[in-house]
Design a protein around this ligand. Structure first.
Ligand SMILES: [Fe+2]
Length: 344
């Protein structure tokens, strides 16, 4: 065929497959996301600055997006998932809304705020994980006496790619409180004893808040008698009490304890992962890039990137909170994993 023959196809809505083969069917995934670390120490002053100069009536949510240098348009943190740092001041409220994207908060700093989720006020304290599953109304109110900062997580890059994004504002700034405080946690956070009269109401965990005290108790209970994973340390999955599976259909959340001196084995998987450092200092090597981290830093491990974690301390644990799209990969039969060496 001549070039004219190719040009003639342009106006007909057709293209020669043989010119696209390598891109459409790569031998293995090539993420546009890059390994990257966002510094808490560097970003926190900017958050505080905007909290002083921008009201929550001007910005529906006061959030700094953590934008992966490889994923700027539309902005995302890894291919399918997003992370942002949100700040709210004492006395402030954030407008009630809902969206089909699943979301959660992981609290980094401050106390005294609550998120209302479908009429249930849910308390927030450092280390707590709060779920706002897709199409659940949510707003925030802060009645404490110091700024509160949390990590916001959403699956909007995936939902928008699927062209399933819907959004709606509530007709008032805040929802009425129609359930007692922390009901979703009190009903379900009793280990293996699950309320028998409650039917699952959706594809997400009914637990509204996984309090840090429970998470810490679970980590401590596995004191020194389990070696855990050679890749991810003592890694515990936050679960849906009805299914034992991930907390939301698109996002799985884990807490990891890396023992002093932990020098992990390398691995890769198709799931894209975002990690927030709860405490400790160390490094994660991702495809030859060394990401040094300390408390409250966030970092991205793109899908199919080989990584390994190192706890830099010989005397202190490091604790990492991670979330990934593994539930999607598994449910679609696309989850693959293999050991590897990230180099560096
Ligand atoms: Fe939201």
């Amino acid at each position: 065929m001549t070039d004219d023959a190719y040009a003639a196809l342009d106006g007909l809505g057709a293209a020669p497959l043989w010119r696209f083969y390598g891109n459409l069917f790569p031998a293995q995934p090539r993420s546009r996301a890059v390994p990257y670390r966002w510094s808490w120490r560097d970003l926190r002053p900017h958050l505080l600055h905007f909290s002083e100069t921008l009201s929550l009536h001007e910005a529906e949510r006061r959030v700094l997006m953590l934008v992966n240098p490889g994923l700027t348009d539309p902005p995302a943190t890894v291919n399918t998932l997003y992370a942002g740092l949100q700040i709210i001041l004492p006395g402030e409220t954030a407008q009630a809304h809902r969206h089909t994207s699943n979301a959660f908060r992981f609290v980094l700093e401050g106390e005294g705020a609550h998120t209302t989720v479908n009429g249930e006020p849910v308390r927030m304290a450092p280390g707590d994980l709060l779920l706002t599953p897709g199409w659940h109304w949510h707003d925030h109110t802060h009645q404490g006496d110091a700024p509160m900062i949390w990590l916001d997580a959403l699956d909007y890059p995936m939902v928008n790619a699927l062209e399933a994004g819907f959004y709606e504002q509530y007709h008032q700034r805040l929802q009425p409180l129609t359930r007692t405080a922390d009901l979703g946690s009190r009903l379900f956070l009793h280990g293996r004893l699950t309320p028998a009269w409650i039917e699952p109401a959706g594809p997400n965990s009914p637990v509204t808040r996984y309090p840090w005290a429970e998470t810490a108790r679970a980590l401590d209970a596995i004191a020194d008698d389990a070696t855990g994973s050679e890749v991810d340390g003592i890694a515990l999955e936050y679960t849906d009490p009805f299914t034992g599976g991930p907390v939301m259909p698109t996002i799985g959340c884990r807490i990891h304890r890396l023992r002093p001196g932990f020098d992990g084995a390398g691995r890769r998987h198709t799931a894209s992962t975002i990690v927030n450092v709860v405490r400790g200092e160390g490094a994660t090597i991702v495809d030859g890039v060394r990401l040094e981290w300390s408390e409250h830093d966030t970092f991205a491990i793109p899908g199919w990137a080989t990584y390994r974690h190192v706890n830099a301390s010989a005397s202190q644990d490091a604790v990492l909170f991670s979330y990934s799209d593994e539930p999607v990969m598994r449910s679609l039969g696309l989850y693959r994993t293999e050991p590897g060496d990230p180099g560096a």
